[in-house]
Design a protein around this ligand. Structure first.
Ligand SMILES: [Zn+2]
Length: 302
């Protein structure tokens, strides 16, 4: 609506792009509307959406299409949710193509849009959907005999890369290991947060944790986890994997902790890049010293 997405025609008007034409179909102007509704690529996508997700794109009005869709004036809100997720997938696919990356098959993109819309719908309409989880302002160690693994994922939508960071500590707040991993191809932020959680439990079990608190700053992930078998989501396979792994521990909890509690894990994601894919530290790297100390300032060691 505000022409925020940098389609070529918009960049051309601002004298950033030399030509405004669409690189896929050769149309004279690549507008946002063109990418999302009119391009050959978009047409194939919406045909598949009708077949695979049962959602038909309503006939869009030339000028008010974005607003009509956002306010669900031309279809139901559920359909509008799928269509908007589809549009996001189309825009991401367009960016991947421009960056010379491997294209995502249309069918996979349609399923992604359908499942993401479904996940978001479940989260927003669950019983506790409108009450944000209580945010704690300070990191707290787990009880005696428990370990806590904070996990985080940083997702960079522009090039689809992401980094995962995790840090394991015991009931005294003592450091028990950290790992970070860089990934060049990732589809979305939620999948990546789920992946971080999976690697967190894997890492903690490797380090001998018997009772584990896995802490994430992604509320959506915790809500989908709590829905258990009732949910059908894009990240179901990853959640099932976490469930499977948790059976080999004596105690396991996945919970939400706000960003202020998750600063060490977040900092870990910055320790890797496309040139250093996986790093693991048995002793805290210097970049984490201050944050680790700050987390331990706020409680008395039992
Ligand atoms: Zn086109």
């Amino acid at each position: 609506m505000h022409e925020f997405l940098p389609a070529k025609q918009i960049l051309h008007r601002r004298h950033i792009e030399r030509i405004a034409a669409c690189e896929v179909c050769g149309a004279e102007r690549e507008t946002i509307r063109h990418v999302l509704l009119e391009c050959t690529m978009a047409k194939v996508f919406w045909e598949h959406t009708k077949k695979l997700a049962g959602v038909k794109l309503p006939h869009p009005h030339q000028d008010t299409w974005a607003r009509d869709l956002l306010l669900a004036k031309v279809c139901s809100r559920r359909e509008a949710a799928v269509i908007m997720c589809g549009m996001w997938a189309l825009w991401m696919a367009r960016n991947r193509r421009r960056h010379g990356e491997r294209p995502i098959p249309v069918q996979q993109a349609v399923f992604w849009a359908r499942d993401t819309a479904f996940d978001l719908w479940q989260i927003l309409h669950s019983k506790n959907g409108n009450q944000p989880a209580r945010d704690v302002l300070r990191w707290k160690p787990p009880e005696i005999d428990w370990m806590k693994c904070n996990v985080d994922g940083a997702y960079y939508p522009v090039d689809g890369s992401d980094a995962i960071g995790l840090v394991l500590r015991d009931h005294r707040g003592a450091f028990a290991g950290t790992r970070a991993r860089w990934q060049n191809h990732s589809l979305d932020a939620l999948s990546m947060e789920a992946q971080a959680a999976k690697e967190g439990i894997e890492f903690a079990l490797e380090k001998g944790a018997r009772n584990l608190i896995l802490a994430t700053d992604c509320q959506e992930l915790v809500k989908l986890w709590e829905l258990g078998v009732c949910q059908r989501s894009l990240i179901s396979p990853i959640l099932a994997d976490i469930q499977q792994r948790s059976r080999s521990s004596d105690g396991f909890v996945l919970l939400f902790e706000g960003r202020l509690c998750n600063r060490v894990a977040h900092q870990c994601t910055k320790l890797v890049s496309s040139s250093s894919l996986v790093e693991e530290w048995p002793c805290p790297p210097p970049e984490l010293h201050d944050l680790l100390a700050a987390d331990c300032k706020n409680f008395v060691i039992p």
